[in-house]
Design a protein around this ligand. Structure first.
Ligand SMILES: [Zn+2]
Ligand SMILES: [Zn+2]
Length: 257
């Protein structure tokens, strides 16, 4: 959870209870700013969550460090304590070139594994093979940034530097810029400016004011500044895959409602 405003947390207790009814048994971790634990415990006191629930409160910096990725909380500028989250996947080892390995006569494991781990090896006939001979360059891990609710924020630009995907507050169109400022939100153009400054690959706008029945105006103003801008929508699933060392393959689908 990025912050404790009602439009972000009022639906959470119901969802947590429903997950149990839908058969969840695995532990679920919910992370958010100070006060989240008190809020959820009070809201769930009379109900029943039938699976282990861990509620964690975040501070700026690394929130979670797991095998393969970490999540970093970045304070942003909103009306209350609020965080953006940066999900950083660790770099992946380069692709092992099987054909080349056969040609060089490298026997299977453990010698091949040593090459993948970056170690040179010596073959039984005395030839030395280095990782560069058979392993491609490392593939950059993915980086995904979720702004939560925020006004334009320098710390976010910095944290989003060269991210693959930035999901950014775009509550208003530029014609309502004063309102955006007064309520601690961004315009679509400001979201696009953040994306351009941070040199991200993709921008998805989200958190639209319900005054806009047609969102195309938001998209148009964002694309004038950052061409690879898109509108997110409820239940949209964005799948990212690393392609080559630093390119991106993207597919979009819709989750069942
Ligand atoms: Zn808010
Ligand atoms: Zn909000």
């Amino acid at each position: 959870m990025t912050h404790l405003h009602g439009d972000h947390v009022y639906g959470l207790p119901g969802l947590l209870e429903s997950l149990g009814m839908w058969g969840r048994s695995r532990c679920l971790e919910v992370w958010g700013p100070r006060g989240l634990k008190e809020y959820l415990e009070a809201a769930l006191a009379r109900g029943e969550v039938e699976y282990p629930l861990k509620i964690g409160e975040v501070e700026p910096g690394v929130v979670l460090s797991r095998e393969g990725y970490e999540v970093v909380a970045v304070p942003v500028e909103h009306k209350v304590e609020a965080y953006a989250y940066v999900i950083v996947e660790r770099d992946l080892p380069g692709k092992f070139n099987e054909r080349k390995a056969e040609e060089l006569g490298i026997p299977p494991s453990p010698l091949r594994r040593m090459l993948i781990q970056g170690l040179p090896i010596k073959l039984p006939d005395g030839r030395v093979v280095t990782p560069q001979d058979v392993v491609g360059p490392p593939r950059k891990g993915l980086k995904i940034v979720y702004s939560g609710d925020t006004m334009p924020c320098e710390a976010l630009v910095e944290a989003a530097s060269r991210a693959d995907l930035l999901i950014h507050d775009a509550t208003f169109a530029s014609e309502h810029k004063e309102e955006a400022e007064a309520s601690g939100h961004s315009t679509a153009a400001e979201a696009a400016e953040c994306a351009a400054k941070a040199r991200v690959k993709l921008l998805f706008l989200f958190h639209y004011s319900n005054r806009y029945s047609d969102l195309s105006g938001l998209l148009v103003e964002a694309r004038k500044i950052f061409r690879r801008s898109y509108l997110s929508e409820d239940l949209l699933k964005i799948t990212l895959r690393r392609w080559g060392t630093d390119s991106l393959m993207v597919s979009l689908s819709k989750l069942d409602g």
